[in-house]
Design a binder for this molecule. Structure first.
Ligand code: DQQ
Length: 542
């Protein structure tokens, strides 16, 4: 089959070719942002994993360097898996990562790597100190499910780090806690920091956040109210569902415990960073702009045969600033402001009413590589459909039933992106408003790729999440980053995010169109829409 080169993303992070997965060890160091990532130098499928390395001045333009860590010692000879970076007291970055010690991947070990020359701002060469490994799967640890050390934090005279795991012979995911005085000798704490019956916890991430609504970030080692710490966040990537879930809670350094505010939040009505294709994410503190930044991997949804034919697979989502929402119950995410440098001339639409069943095209730009921001105003919530509480824990199922083409009361309304001229192909990103038994609005955000391509045999999951926003004013916003085979959307200012991979066969390049649609029974006003074509940044030399 023919795979169009026009499906390769323009401004999302990619190496020139081959397979990529998890972002690893992001950090800012001496003027440069560093991104390491899981990479197969030999092909477009997972395997032969090493740490590839790119650097950037702005998180948008990337320069590719030589791989940072490759197999070389007995405790990483079969693979260099995910991990994190920590800045030591003297400012030297240290990498903690998982090495694979057996050919069948069934023996996972934690190792350290240090810069060969810490005065090199590009951190081009890394060495593995002779005291490796730092943590082995001793008795009580499931050796095949023991990986992905976090950034360590320092409090009360000790470093601490987490390693993701699965308690032996159970379905209990665990954040195994280690402590160290010198960053060389690590001792496992008797109890994990936290655990839940969810299956394996991959890629844990644990960090402090400031008071509700404060957008500035905190260093991983910030601790206590005096340092501005209001809450902690624990994120885990669930192998079983392939989503990144988090809870907001309190961390006690002395008791070495983390307690989520919502005691059932690990398993019921779980919060996700992203309700779409976004996995194995990791945050870091950016000292330049005093913010916390989130990076996440978006796998392909295309067939393996197509991945191989294209010669590449996997992208990183646009780096997002992340902070605690004003309500204190969830996080908010927004593309880093540096992305706006790629915007071309804006195309504006204002004060346009979209009647039930109508749609209009946004013209004046090529939208296949664009950034679109819309503010909607709902004329009335009277016709909102009743909300069936059976779906309170399953937005995705609800949206699977009530897709973009299923007429509603208030919505579905939103964008058709990457649409072909005849609209036979289109990806819908939209809202639908329900009303619960007390008359309270329930807002659903969906990304519906069911019509995104006429190519057969594509994986086209509908993604959805609820949006915890006050819609009594009738106002709600949507931003979509459209980039050829990815649509990355932010609802209500970043309260609900959905990344989706789509592979149009006709809506490619200049043949891709952008529309606003309303398939509900209530008028929707576009109070303002601005769309920008996006320039191509430096992207690892490709
Ligand atoms: N990917 C890595 C593992 C991690 C998984 C291997 C998550 O370390 O658990 O490539 O995608």
């Amino acid at each position: 089959s023919i795979v169009s080169p026009l499906l390769r993303t323009g401004y999302h992070f990619q190496p020139p070719m081959n397979w990529i997965n998890d972002p690893n060890g992001p950090l800012y160091y001496k003027g440069w942002y560093h991104l390491f990532y899981q990479y197969n130098p030999k092909g477009a499928v997972w395997g032969n994993i090493i740490w590839a390395h790119s650097v950037s001045r702005d998180l948008i333009n990337w320069i590719s360097l030589e791989p940072a860590i490759t197999p070389s010692i007995p405790t990483d000879q079969y693979g260099v898996w995910s991990g994190s970076t920590t800045l030591l007291h003297d400012g030297t970055p240290a990498i903690l990562y998982t090495g694979i010690g057996r050919a069948d991947s069934n023996y996972q070990i934690q190792n350290i790597a240090l810069p060969k020359n810490a005065s090199d701002p590009l951190l081009r060469e890394w060495t593995k100190p002779e005291y490796n490994p730092v943590a082995v799967p001793e008795a009580g640890i499931n050796a095949t499910q023991f990986r992905d050390p976090t950034t360590a934090w320092y409090a009360g005279g000790r470093w601490r780090m987490l390693v993701g795991g699965l308690r032996p012979d159970t379905l209990r995911g665990v954040a195994i806690l280690y402590r160290s005085r010198d960053f060389k000798h690590w001792v496992r704490a008797k109890h994990p920091l936290h655990s839940a019956m969810t299956g394996m916890w991959e890629c844990p991430d644990f960090y402090p956040v400031g008071k509700a609504g404060a957008e500035s970030g905190l260093d991983a080692s910030a601790y206590g109210v005096a340092s501005g710490v209001a809450k902690h966040v624990l994120k885990n990537s669930l192998d079983l569902t392939r989503y990144d879930y988090y809870t907001v809670g309190d961390y006690n350094n002395t008791a070495e415990r983390y307690v989520p505010d919502n005691p059932t939040g690990d398993v019921y009505r779980r919060l996700q960073y992203d309700y779409g294709n976004f996995y194995a994410s990791k945050t870091f503190f950016d000292p330049v702009k005093q913010r916390r930044i989130l990076l996440g991997w978006a796998n392909e949804s295309d067939s393996v045969a197509h991945d191989k034919a294209k010669g590449w697979a996997g992208i990183q989502a646009i780096p997002r600033k992340i902070w605690l929402d004003a309500g204190g119950k969830q996080l908010v995410q927004w593309p880093v402001e540096e992305l706006e440098k790629l915007r071309g001339k804006p195309v504006n639409v204002g004060d346009k009413v979209v009647k039930p069943g109508q749609h209009f095209e946004v013209t004046g730009l090529h939208s296949y590589q664009s950034d679109v921001e819309v503010s909607f105003e709902i004329s009335s919530l009277d016709k909102a459909e009743p909300f069936d509480t059976a779906y309170i824990n399953d937005a995705q199922k609800l949206c699977g039933m009530k897709g973009a083409d299923v007429k509603g009361g208030v919505g579905p309304f939103g964008l058709w992106v990457l649409a072909s001229a005849d609209l036979a192909e289109k990806t819908a990103v939209f809202f639908r408003v329900f009303k619960d038994g007390y008359g309270k609005p329930v807002v659903l955000m969906c990304s519906d790729p069911s019509k995104s391509s006429l190519t057969p045999d594509l994986y086209k999951p509908t993604f959805a999440g609820f949006v915890d926003t006050d819609i009594s004013s009738g106002k709600i916003s949507l931003r979509s980053l459209i980039d050829r085979s990815v649509v990355e959307s932010f609802g209500a200012g970043g309260k609900t995010c959905i990344l989706s991979r789509v592979y149009p066969s006709m809506a490619l390049g200049k043949d891709a169109h952008l529309h606003v649609f309303n398939n509900g029974a209530t008028d929707i006003k576009v109070s303002r829409l601005t769309a920008w074509e996006m320039k191509k940044p430096l992207m690892n030399g490709a």
